[in-house]
Design a binder for this molecule. Sequence first.
Ligand SMILES: Cc1cc2nc3c(=O)[nH]c(=O)nc-3n(C[C@H](O)[C@H](O)[C@H](O)COP(=O)(O)OP(=O)(O)OC[C@H]3O[C@@H](n4cnc5c(N)ncnc54)[C@H](O)[C@@H]3O)c2cc1C
Length: 294
Amino acid sequence: MRTRFDYQRAGTTSEAIEMLADLGDEGYVLAGGTDLYLDWKNGKRLGTVVDVSHLADLAFVEDGGEEIRIGSLTSLRTLEHLPHTDNVRRSLASLARVMCTPQTRTLGTVGGNIANSSAAADLPPLLAALGAAVHLVGPAGRRVIAVEDVAAGPKRNNLALAELITNVQIPAGPGVATYVRRATRTSLDIALVIAAVSLTVGTDGRIAEARICLGSVGPRPIRALDAESALVGEHLADLAEDHLEASGRLAAAASSPIDDMRASAAYRRYVTAVLTTRALGDAVSDLREGRWAA
Ligand SMILES: Cc1cc2nc3c(=O)[nH]c(=O)nc-3n(C[C@H](O)[C@H](O)[C@H](O)COP(=O)(O)OP(=O)(O)OC[C@H]3O[C@@H](n4cnc5c(N)ncnc54)[C@H](O)[C@@H]3O)c2cc1C
């Protein structure tokens, strides 16, 4: 049943924090409203929503070459238009393009996708593979946390009362190859499995850093740490298909999917291995061929 809720419009970020602090458990941030609307439609009692959707200082993209800052109110549609100048920007833009529908991408925001903490949210796994940090502001001041630490579980986050995501900071240095692979039943479905990988190669030609993050196969984004370790130190020229497949299997071992009406846990685990291997294969090819080197 849809219940009545109250509406407040914040004039500034500080005012939003004050309003939310006063409202306590009864207050909800309204950004694009695309997730909040679904929750409300499904019977969630919203109390009072605090509208921040018009706060221009939270809607920006600052492209500083080796770092990108994306304001929390930046729409998914804006992300879609990042220039394909390197692998990091290309992977963010390509992912945004397959999320939701054009209408939902126009309203839905980057901060909302992260804060909502759906187990199937698309952005957190890729942002975690990229080593992104989330900037927060609240009654106790400012703090910065890793994007994979925002979600506490399905639809629960680790934000304190009245804390807001202000922006996401994404490293975009040279020598990085990033890929995200996403399995769905139809193109409009939310992801059944997400595997995002990022490989950084050192000047000695060896993998200096590997980051693999999985989505939709656990209550929150999962870093596949054993699979990452199995890649670090390997020479790019020696990375054979069976090594990548073994990393894919290690990633699947780190997943903890559930059976639901969209797919079985066994299927999701199998697809995790396949998608991770494919994403790694694409990243290795790019690095070998020097594509997308910033
Ligand atoms: C038809 C449809 C298709 C969709 N398809 C996809 C898809 O393919 N992939 C996908 O990942 N998602 C999908 N979504 C989900 C949704 O569109 C995205 O998660 C979107 O990015 C949410 O952003 P929003 O601004 O609308 O969030 P809102 O609905 O405004 O907020 C979501 C939650 O986050 C909180 N919040 C919002 N902004 C902040 C902030 N700055 N600081 C702190 N808390 C905040 C809100 O209080 C609320 O709890 C879909 C939704 C719909 C309706």
